[in-house]
Ligand binder design. Structure first.
Ligand SMILES: Cc1ncc(COP(=O)(O)O)c(C=O)c1O
Length: 389
């Protein structure tokens, strides 16, 4: 075999090098040393995929429906989403004004949206704390991230966003219910944000992957508040992975201004091609299923978390998702990262705030675990917080 003269490090793009994975990797490396940790670090539900969805996916494979699908998504699923959007938001999509695209996960939709909208030098405004992927996607698109500091209440409001808008701003990204805080914005807050973006000629992208996991106290008219309820000038992005426990199926969709969706579809043709065929077949009947028992179970777990930290640490009320963002008490001395290291010594794994933020003051706890594990882990964390006082 000829001697290899390629210097692999030298050919890595500046784009790839600009993305840092060290935060999460460090937690996983530390966690890998634990045999059977209490794992509060995982961002996915702990229930299995409902049987009818499994059956539908298996049936599609068996019936040899394994080929590429239309880039836009199979008709049966598109029809199901159209009906859902009509019923939930009074949106008519697809229509002359609004487009609809089935995507490879919510992340797939976000990536296509960023690539379709952002040029190098453009600016995108995201909340801080944020879902880890947002800054990385902006970097891939060559855009600059403007972080909107939402501490201490984690509300991404028009008042906080407006001062950050410049001539280069093309996109504002809202995520409610939020990862990592679980905070749900009100319909009024979302309407103000939408109106601000419309006034400034900026696109509002709404990542609503946790829409179904909105608890009773944060629902309005029984639904998750959405900016899409008052405007068509919103790029709505939703997914199936969290709601139906099928994160590995990689399925989501985008709906919104037709011009944007058409460009995203073109980019999808040359990249993902289509969302996985068997997954599309699997979720066609998803909207007939009642997911409320899971949502109620997570609401109860949310209550357990708030109760446990009452009088011990500050937790902004999570109205949805399955996360709590807990402030490390000053008495527990040190950064969130230092606290996570101490928690790992006690066999509990969670993620320090610096992975989701420019600050390292909070901990993200995913409570999508069984009640007993949750109770045990909460007891350890509370003990650590009070005993180091
Ligand atoms: C806020 C948010 N958006 C998007 C995603 C990605 O979802 P998907 O698995 O559908 O790509 C996640 C996953 O954790 C998330 O928390």
């Amino acid at each position: 075999m000829a001697t290899c003269v390629i210097q692999y490090d030298d050919i890595i793009s500046a784009r790839a090098q600009a993305i840092d994975v060290s935060g999460i990797r460090r937690v996983f490396e530390l966690g890998a040393t634990l045999a059977n940790p209490i794992n509060f670090s995982i961002g996915q539900p702990d229930f299995p995929v409902p049987e009818p969805l499994k059956e539908a996916a298996i049936e599609a494979i068996r019936a040899d429906r394994n080929a590429y699908t239309l880039t836009q998504g199979v008709q049966g699923l598109r029809d199901a989403i159209t009906a859902r959007l009509q019923e939930d938001l009074s949106w008519q999509a697809p229509s002359d004004e609004l487009g609809l695209l089935v995507t490879s996960g919510t992340n797939g939709a976000l990536l296509l949206a960023f690539l379709a909208i952002l040029d190098p030098g453009d600016e995108v405004i995201i909340p801080d704390p944020y879902f880890v992927v947002y800054p990385a996607l902006a970097t891939l698109a060559g855009a600059t991230v403007k972080y909107c500091d939402t501490y201490p209440d984690f509300r991404f409001t028009a008042d906080r966003v407006e001062p950050l808008i410049t001539e280069r701003t093309k996109l504002v990204l809202v995520n409610s219910p939020s990862n990592p805080s679980g905070v749900v914005l009100t319909g009024d807050e979302l309407r103000d944000l939408t109106e601000l973006c419309e006034r400034k000629g900026v696109l509002l992208v709404s990542d609503e992957i946790y829409d179904e996991f909105t608890y009773e106290d944060a629902r309005e008219d029984g639904r998750c508040p959405s900016p899409a309820r008052t405007s068509h000038n919103v790029l709505l992005i939703r997914g199936y992975g969290k709601t139906y426990g099928c994160t590995g199926w990689r399925l989501g969709y985008a709906a919104g201004p037709k011009t944007i969706i058409e460009q995203m579809a073109k980019l999808q043709q040359y990249t993902f091609v289509c969302a996985p065929s068997m997954a599309q077949a699997g979720v066609i009947g998803a909207y007939d299923l009642d997911v409320s028992p899971h949502v109620r179970a997570y609401q109860r777990k949310r209550d357990m978390v708030e109760q446990a930290f009452g009088g011990v640490a500050e937790v902004v009320h999570p109205g949805g998702a399955f996360y709590a963002f807990i402030k490390v008490p000053a008495t527990a001395a040190g950064s969130a990262t230092a606290f996570v290291e101490r928690a790992i010594e006690r066999n509990v794994l969670l993620i320090p705030g610096c992975v989701f933020s420019r600050r390292d003051t909070h901990l993200r706890l995913s409570y999508a675990v069984n009640d007993q594990t949750l109770a045990e882990g909460l007891a350890v964390l509370c003990d650590l917080m009070t005993s180091s006082a």
